[in-house]
Design a binder for this molecule. Structure first.
Ligand code: TXA
Ligand code: MG
Length: 358
């Protein structure tokens, strides 16, 4: 299959691209499209065959449910059994935006889309191209992140093309995304809202808006046989870089010294070594593959660049990568959640000891 790539620019050309995407979606095809978080791989959310095609294109297990994307609050009601008061408040505060809510599903949502669950994930993205496409298609658009299973989520149309060329009908190129990490997922079906996946909307924001809220206990720390994450996707290793990634924690000087020493040792042994650091400590490293992921002063920049840097290490065939930790501000939870998983929970305190800690 030839994958069409269209730019979503302002004006007539952009409108034609959106119309073409909508036509493909209505006919059961797949279209990758930009959102404010990461690129999504969209199909008709009410069509079991489209869901099957999405799983096939990603190489993803079909028990991992998809998020339905809508383009107005009114489109929610037919998809769900009820809209609890906490959900209402969260929608008013953060929709459109990087927030996915889990509801009890109505009959119109096929089990193929929800991975067999009685609940459904719904998000109203703020990206204008995503909204225009969903509106033009006139459908809820089921969309996981547009990466092959096991790769970092795509934050540019080029990343999507690397993974999806020849596997889907179309890519809408809207340039680099804004946030760079997937949406916060909040389950509003229980007594108190639970965060199933950290993202740009923080626990503090949830509590302030809904009056209560907590983490799904299963996503704190290492996966535990007896504690299953409520978001099925969170149980997977997710992204496993080709390199062995290690996060080094501690005071800045100690971290830089430890990473420098580890990198030098591996380089002496003849390996390709990468280092991931913020601008603040760039000067402290002189190994070949040092990547500056952003600045600690604006952790948004770290979220924005993280997946791109991880993809680049893969492309450059790094064999060992050492990263500083980025657990500082409100986005720190989301950044570290992705980084720690990519590292397979390999975290090294700079003070010594090489045991793995969650
Ligand atoms: O920002 C985002 O959320 C992006 C953009 C494209 O919107 N989408 C995204 O989708 O990250 P995906 O499929 O890569 O991740 C969806 C996550 C998975 O961990 C899945 O298990 C969880 O949402 N999920 C979906 N439906 C669920 C449900 N009914 N109950 C619990 N978790 C659910
Ligand atoms: Mg994903």
């Amino acid at each position: 299959m030839e994958t069409e790539i269209w730019q979503v620019t302002e004006g007539e050309a952009g409108r034609r691209a959106i119309a073409r995407a909508a036509e493909i979606l209505r006919r059961g095809g797949l279209v990758a499209f930009p959102t404010e978080t990461v690129y999504g791989l969209g199909g008709n959310g009410l069509d079991p065959q489209a869901a099957a095609r999405i799983y096939a294109a990603k190489g993803r297990p079909s028990d991992n449910p998809l998020i339905l994307h809508i383009a107005s609050r009114e489109e929610l009601a037919p998809l769900v059994q009820e809209i609890p008061p906490a959900a209402q408040r969260l929608m008013e505060a953060y929709w459109p935006g990087p927030l996915t809510l889990i509801f009890r599903k109505s009959k119109v949502v096929p089990y193929e889309t929800t991975g067999g669950l009685d609940t459904v994930a719904v998000r109203f993205p703020s990206h204008p191209a995503a909204q225009a496409m969903i509106r033009a298609a006139g459908l809820p658009v089921a969309a996981p992140s547009a990466n092959l299973s096991g790769r970092p989520s795509p934050t540019t149309a080029q990343h999507v093309a690397e993974d999806m060329n020849g596997r889907i009908e179309m890519i809408l190129d809207g340039g680099p995304v804004e946030i760079g990490l997937e949406s916060t997922i909040i389950d509003v079906t229980g007594e108190i809202p639970l965060i199933l996946r950290p993202g740009a909307i923080s626990l503090e924001q949830l509590r302030r808006t809904a009056g209560a809220g907590d983490w799904d206990p299963a996503i704190l720390g290492k996966p535990d046989e007896n504690l299953r994450p409520k978001a099925p996707g969170m149980k997977y290793r997710h992204y496993a870089p080709q390199a062995e990634l290690t996060i080094v924690t501690g005071l800045p000087e100690a971290v830089a010294a430890k990473i420098g020493a580890l990198a030098a040792e591996k380089q002496r042994e003849g390996f390709r070594v990468g280092i991931l650091c913020p601008e603040e400590s760039r000067e402290r490293y002189d190994a070949a593959l040092v990547k500056t992921v952003g600045t600690r002063a604006h952790e948004e920049t770290i979220a924005h660049n993280l997946y791109r840097c991880l993809r680049e290490f893969d492309q450059e065939k790094a064999e060992f990568v050492y990263s500083e930790a980025f657990a500082d501000g409100p986005l720190g939870e989301a950044i570290m959640n992705r980084l720690v998983k990519a590292a397979g929970y390999r975290i090294l305190p700079a003070g010594g000891g090489d045991e793995k800690i969650p």
